[in-house]
Ligand binder design. Structure first.
Ligand code: HEM
Length: 297
């Protein structure tokens, strides 16, 4: 039994848990804010020139970073690259460069729109694409497990909940506990079966149901835990299994939290792609035009 909950634990972790280092991300975000605020505050001083020296190289490196961040798309689509590092590393690179490139270009442009139409349009398109990327990141997070985990698939989630159901039943001792376990997992099954409406009303309604189920599951696990604590002699060999099942339940409760909005956010994410890609195309055209114009005159 321990081996099976062990492997269940690691299968769920592989599938759903890929955490970002939150503190690291927060520190980077704070550093970025300080840098950009400073750049903005000194924008009127001629500390940099877009056409020569550091300013010129910042523009060039911003452009190169944009080309480099597109390797994520290549890695996603080119079959020959499918074994080259996990996709999540390419995605991280994409996002990091997606922030660094506009930052370098903002300094290159000295935080001003400039007098030429071509540079103004190119900068607006770039900032629109980068901001759209942030919105995409939010939507991506709603339909993927963890921060860089797998895309949530209902078929798999249902299977994982069934495995957890069996594990909880094995742990339950009294008839009442077993009955409550049946009640919780029946309600869960019903919720998963009714998740096909992608509307905000359904999101609100289902979120409430998901909260009630999560609370009942937590209460049930606590009751089972208390029972085992009170009768340690009979269930000593279960102690490791209990911890594993609690871990699995925590992972699945985090997934349960995302289920109510899954279809709605999947649809919004698909719509987001439809909008993001043309803006990106426009950005590339305006950036190339800008580079040609500044090198011609
Ligand atoms: C100059 C800045 C950026 C450019 C040019 C850019 C470009 C792109 C492109 C072309 C795609 C489509 C990829 C594909 O489906 O193959 C994409 C997807 C995406 N980008 Fe960016 N992006 C930028 C910045 C950002 C930023 C700052 C973030 C978030 C922090 C971000 C998050 C995303 C997300 C979540 C996706 C969808 C990924 C997926 O569906 O697999 N992007 N971006």
């Amino acid at each position: 039994m321990t081996t099976s909950t062990d492997s269940m634990n690691s299968a769920l972790k592989d599938r759903y848990l890929a955490h970002a280092h939150r503190i690291f991300v927060l520190l980077l975000a704070a550093g970025w804010l300080v840098l950009v605020s400073w750049g903005w505050s000194v924008r009127d001083q001629d500390y940099i020139s877009a056409s020569s020296g550091l300013g010129y190289y910042l523009g060039m490196s911003g452009g190169c970073m944009i080309l480099l961040l597109l390797t994520y798309s290549l890695r996603k689509r080119v079959r020959a690259l499918s074994n080259l590092f996990h996709l999540r590393y390419w995605f991280r690179l994409h996002m990091m460069l997606g922030v660094l490139a506009p930052t370098a270009i903002l300094f290159h442009a000295r935080f001003t729109m400039g007098s030429a139409v071509n540079s103004t349009v190119a900068l607006v398109c770039l900032l629109t694409v980068a901001s759209s990327g942030l919105i995409g990141r939010f939507l991506y997070n709603r339909v993927h497990a963890g921060v860089y985990g797998e895309k949530i698939k209902l078929v798999q989630v249902r299977r994982d909940f069934q495995t957890l159901h069996q594990a909880v039943l094995d742990l339950a001792v009294t008839d009442k506990q077993k009955e409550r376990a049946e009640g919780v997992f029946d309600a869960l099954e019903e919720l998963i079966g009714s998740l096909d409406t992608a509307t905000f009303a359904a999101l609100v309604r289902n979120r409430h149901r998901a909260r009630v189920i999560a609370q009942s599951l937590r209460t049930l696990l606590k009751a089972i835990e208390d029972y085992h604590e009170e009768h340690p002699e009979a269930h000593e060999e279960l102690s490791k299994t209990r911890a594993d099942i609690h871990n699995c339940a925590d992972i699945m409760l985090a997934i349960l939290n995302k289920l109510p909005g899954l279809h709605l956010f999947e649809r919004l994410f698909a719509l987001w792609h439809v909008v993001h890609l043309p803006i990106f195309g426009l950005m590339i055209i305006t950036a190339i035009t800008h580079v040609i114009v500044v090198h011609m005159y």
